[in-house]
Design a protein. Sequence first.
Length: 153
Amino acid sequence: MERLLVAVLIVAVAGVVSLVARRRRTPDAPTQVVHEAPVQLDRADFPSPEVPWLLVAFTSATCHTCADSLAKARAVESRAVAVAEIEFTEHRDLHQRYRIDAVPTLVLADADGVVRASFIGRVTATDLWAEIAEAREPGSRPPRMCTGEHAHG
């Protein structure tokens, strides 16, 4: 009888320890994916290196948002701003070289290849135009309000 009582006591203590340990354990935080745009481009990798500004649209043929972003990029093309589409299956080497892991990614670079603005994911035409204007003429954009959209410049 004594052995049975000791066995029950051991099982009860083990159960309490297990319950306490389970309550103390906090769930792991969800994984956060972070995508980054390049900060420097080699202008020789892209068409029109002589044009002062280059807007590169890294895209994929299977991306529905890419077509919209590319259309917005094409709308700003001028003598001062060249636009280059770098589609993944055609230019896999450039996607790998610049570590593009999310599309669409739009990157605005100056004549030296320094990235002055970038967008990952959907971009509004207003935000794209404002970033290009600010890069070309600093101080031209009114102060930005927090909208949840991300532009890096």
